[in-house]
Design a protein around this ligand. Structure first.
Ligand SMILES: Nc1ncnc2c1ncn2[C@@H]1O[C@H](COP(=O)(O)OP(=O)(O)OP(=O)(O)O)[C@@H](O)[C@H]1O
Ligand SMILES: [Mg+2]
Length: 366
């Protein structure tokens, strides 16, 4: 059985939806060197302790033990994606993506091994995407990197200890970030038009991720080559500034952006300092998020002026979720649209676009 899945290999987090399951799997794109760790009490979920060996002919180092996601986000020696990383070529992103696909494979229905079989074998067709400015140059290389055979072994991961998964990626359908999100918003689950304005109109998108912000312009569901652009700028640099200022001011160090964002999402701005003191990081967050929002609003205004045919502008991505109140304030009278779960629009779109492509291929093979 070949599974169909959408996977958004984000610089902040990898998001995966397998066709037929409603819950997305989200794994922070953070890794740290793996080792035999002392387990005093097993974590209650495999996602909290992804300890893996990934073998892939596409990786520079063929197999390295790695802690992936939440467990790595606590580690001072961890690595997050940086401005210079390109998700089409990054080994880290590939490791996290393959771990996510393997995890979904063994946790999903029908994954039981045959008796005597050493490894689970899972076949996929995946839909995924690249930023506007990376797409043209790298989509082919990205596809070639993903397609093929890979292997993921789980080491100390609770419930999955000792399991090996052979991943066979039959096809990868690469789309454009932001545009896929719009396709998702404009269509329903059967891929029929849900929203005529979005489907047939001229729509501006500002999709803010961790390291890139994409500005595709989509007209009747086709990407405008001339006006679509992207910026090498995302929320991550502002999060890094917050982490640095909090450390300078209060001597408190967040081990990763993931840990900082977890707090911001929960609205927990009070940190515990060494000893009994507490400190409020809200003013620091407000300063940098206010600046980020102003920058985004300026970029949108500039784009809209250049191309007044745009009927409406959607602000999407995790950056939209984080900055919404600040952007609304900075936008003043310019009307911008937001939607719920904006960071999941791309991955849902990738799955739909992959399904669309498979349907077309089936139809044309008759
Ligand atoms: N609800 C939220 N509140 C605060 N911050 C959020 C929220 N959702 C996402 N973020 C943060 O917004 C940023 C962008 O998230 P997103 O998931 O869009 O990035 P990504 O897709 O992984 O990155 P990229 O698009 O650059 O590859 C991240 O730093 C993320 O932690
Ligand atoms: Mg993204």
């Amino acid at each position: 059985m070949v599974r169909l899945a959408g996977i958004d290999i984000g610089n902040d987090s990898v998001k995966l939806i397998v066709n037929g399951s409603s819950e997305p799997i989200i794994i922070p794109n953070v890794v740290s060197p793996g080792y035999d760790r002392l387990v005093l009490q097993e974590e209650d979920s495999p996602l909290k302790a992804l300890d893996v060996m990934v073998y892939s002919p596409k990786l520079k180092k063929k197999s390295v033990r790695t802690f992936v996601g939440l467990i790595a986000s606590e580690d001072q020696d961890n690595a997050e994606q940086e401005e210079t990383d390109n998700k089409a070529t990054s080994d880290q992103s590939l490791i996290v993506a393959l771990t996510a696909l393997a995890y979904a494979g063994v946790m999903g229905a029908g994954a039981a091994r045959e008796p005597g079989q050493a490894a689970d074998e899972i076949e996929y067709v995946i839909g995924t995407g690249l930023p506007v400015r990376t797409y043209a140059k790298f989509h082919q290389a990205f596809e070639e990197r993903l397609v093929g055979e890979h292997e993921v072994s789980f080491l100390s991961t609770p419930k999955l200890r000792g399991r090996t998964v052979r991943l066979v990626i039959r096809r990868a359908i690469i789309s454009v970030e932001g545009a896929a999100a719009l396709f998702n918003m404009a269509t329903n689950d059967n891929l029929q038009v849900r929203d005529e304005e979005l489907y047939y109109g001229c729509i501006g998108i500002c999709e803010m991720g961790a390291l890139t912000t994409d500005f595709p312009v989509v007209k009747r569901m086709s990407i405008d080559n001339q006006f679509s652009t992207g910026e090498q700028l995302g929320l991550a640099s502002y999060l890094d500034s917050i982490i640095r200022d909090v450390e300078d001011e209060f001597g408190y160090r967040f081990p990763s952006r993931t840990k900082l964002v977890q707090r911001i999402r929960r609205g927990e701005y009070i940190i515990q300092r060494v000893g009994e003191g507490q400190a409020d990081i809200r003013p620091i967050v407000d300063t940098y998020f206010g600046r980020a929002a102003q920058k985004i609003v300026d970029l949108i205004r500039k784009r809209w002026k250049k191309y007044p045919d745009i009927q409406c502008f959607y602000v999407l991505g995790g950056g939209a979720a984080a900055l919404k109140p600040y952007i609304l304030e900075a936008a003043d009278s310019m009307r911008l649209r937001f939607i719920e779960n904006s960071e999941l629009q791309n991955v849902e779109g990738y799955l739909k676009l992959a399904r669309n492509k498979m349907n077309q291929m089936e139809a044309s093979s008759f």
